[in-house]
Design a protein around this ligand. Structure first.
Ligand code: GLU
Length: 449
């Protein structure tokens, strides 16, 4: 049996029924063979096997009362994946489909992503199988308070610092942070993604989407291209998508599509600043379907359901920013047939395993989320720094910091391609190797644990 099959089998046996986790672990393991063959210590110390086992998993009951005075029971989670580089760090996801497989894949990816930022951040992920859709503000508040009433004992600025993810935005962060402060009687940087008036950082809301577009700029510059006039597809319409669209508009690209869980919009004339402002109100304030966009703008067509695919629209650049496994093999074939040159992941693991293989057989340059979407957690890391210093840094300083960090990740990937003689523009293997090397070194130096 090959080493890869052996590890795949043992990971599957040890973690039955967790397909997303298997997928994420295998993808990284596939890449790091050249590092392991150079460093027998990593094999002896079973560094990879250790990384694939969370340091700690906390699951707990979360009970709260809804507006009809009915008791609701949910399951809360925090996966503390790897603490070698710093305190556990990563977002919270509130989604009815959430389970341990999804959380472990997210926490595993976070380990390498956080290492790539160059900041002292360990990795974790958490949340609940709570559906925030169609809940009143008071219900969301009661849920967040109930979640924190249990989780607070595992959280703190030197221990574990949660933030947002799908279903957790500034509102939820506010309720969670308020509950933590009340329980501990301490105002500390125990959560990031806070509002700018109460310990948050400038640019944190924009950071993932803006950072993604910076990364794409650096990728295109390597092949003597830029984003100006490029037709772009962005999936999703939440925080990451909105700010990716905003930055693409600044870069004079033409965004012709975005989506939500009900379907997608194709706007042939492209999204401009005014249309984006309308979309933000529709999604963030009214919390309605994107169908309203096509009612307002006649250049746009709304496609309900999943039968017709957003990725079948001819475009040069694709930014999957919705969720895991949203883009499959046939989508990559469509993109490639239509002449796409770039895919950069704003979401975590949006490409299926087969989609990644299809990309590798195409001419599309592709960046995995752990490199391309690291801007969000990077600015979270700098929010932690500001909280410890008791200072706010200016917006322009944060813009520079974000650019420098994304450039650093890009350079690290390019250097790794050369160091390990990878194919040109092989960001997938480069990001996995560069992230793994940092975490592995830190683990071994500390006695591996
Ligand atoms: N949830 C985001 C991610 O996937 C951000 C995490 C954070 O800011 O801690 O990286």
């Amino acid at each position: 049996m090959s080493k890869i099959d052996y590890v795949l089998n043992s990971i599957k046996e040890r973690n039955p029924g967790e397909p997303e986790f298997h997928q994420a672990v295998l993808e990284v393991f596939d890449s790091i063979e050249p590092v392991l063959s150079k460093n027998s210590k990593y094999l002896e110390e079973k560094v990879f096997e250790r990384m694939a086992e969370p340091e700690r998993i906390i699951t707990f009951r979360v009970c709260w009362t809804d507006d009809n005075n009915q008791i609701q029971v949910n399951r809360g989670y925090r996966v503390q994946m790897n603490g070698a580089m710093g305190p556990y760090k990563g977002g919270l996801r509130f989604h009815p489909s959430l389970n341990l497989s999804i959380l472990k894949f997210l926490a595993f990816e976070q380990t390498f992503k956080n290492a790539l930022t160059g900041l002292p951040l360990g990795a974790g992920k958490g949340g609940a199988d709570f559906n925030p859709k169609h809940k009143s503000d008071r219900e969301i508040m009661r849920f967040c308070q109930a979640w924190m009433l249990e989780a607070y004992r595992h959280i703190g600025h030197f221990t574990d610092i949660p933030a947002g993810d799908i279903g957790v935005g500034e509102k939820e962060i506010g309720y969670l942070f308020g509950a933590f402060k009340k329980i501990k009687n301490e105002f500390q940087g125990s959560i990031t993604g806070k509002g700018p008036l109460w310990g948050g950082s400038f640019l944190r809301p924009e950071a993932t989407g803006y950072g993604l577009v910076h990364f794409a700029e650096y990728m295109l510059a390597e092949v003597d291209k830029d984003l100006a006039n490029k037709v772009c597809l962005v999936s999703g319409s939440g925080n990451v998508s909105q700010f990716a669209i905003e930055k693409l508009i600044h870069d004079k690209a033409k965004v012709v599509a975005f989506s939500d869980s009900t379907g997608f919009i194709h706007d042939e004339e492209g999204v401009d600043e005014e249309k984006l402002a309308f979309l933000k109100v529709l999604k963030n304030e009214k919390r309605e379907s994107i169908a309203g966009y096509a009612e307002k703008y006649k250049s746009a067509k709304y496609y309900e359901g999943t039968e017709k695919r957003l990725w079948s629209i001819p475009a040069e650049c694709a930014f999957p920013c919705a969720t895991q496994n949203e883009l499959d093999e046939s989508d990559v074939q469509d993109l490639s047939k239509n002449g796409a040159i770039l895919i950069a992941e704003g979401a975590n693991m949006p490409l299926t395993d087969a989609a990644i293989k299809a990309v590798q057989h195409s001419n599309i340059i592709y960046a995995p989320g752990k490199a391309a979407n690291a801007g969000g957690v990077a600015i979270s890391g700098l929010e932690m720094t500001q909280n410890r210093l008791g200072r706010y840094w200016s917006r322009s300083r944060m813009e520079t910091e974000l650019r420098v960090i994304m450039q650093g990740i890009h350079e690290n990937c390019q250097d790794t391609m050369k160091k390990y003689s990878l194919d040109a523009q092989d960001y997938l293997n480069a990001a996995n190797i560069a992230g793994f090397e940092r975490v592995a070194k830190a683990m071994v130096a500390q006695g591996s644990w």
